[in-house]
Design a protein around this ligand. Sequence first.
Ligand SMILES: [Zn+2]
Length: 67
Amino acid sequence: MIPGVRYSEAPRCGVCGHRALLTREAAHALVLESFGRLELFTCPYADNGWHVWAPHLESRRVPEPGR
Ligand SMILES: [Zn+2]
């Protein structure tokens, strides 16, 4: 089980393409569960917010500003 906030229940970050806004612990747990397919990064907009993304599947972490 993921400690803290579960991905499906996490609040969404509107400026990052509605990614789940996670704690570092929850994001790290997802990275471990993904066997390296996901990476975590800090949200550039939310304090102490973390996101996960799939660099092999997505071209960029966050949408272009203004979209
Ligand atoms: Zn964000």
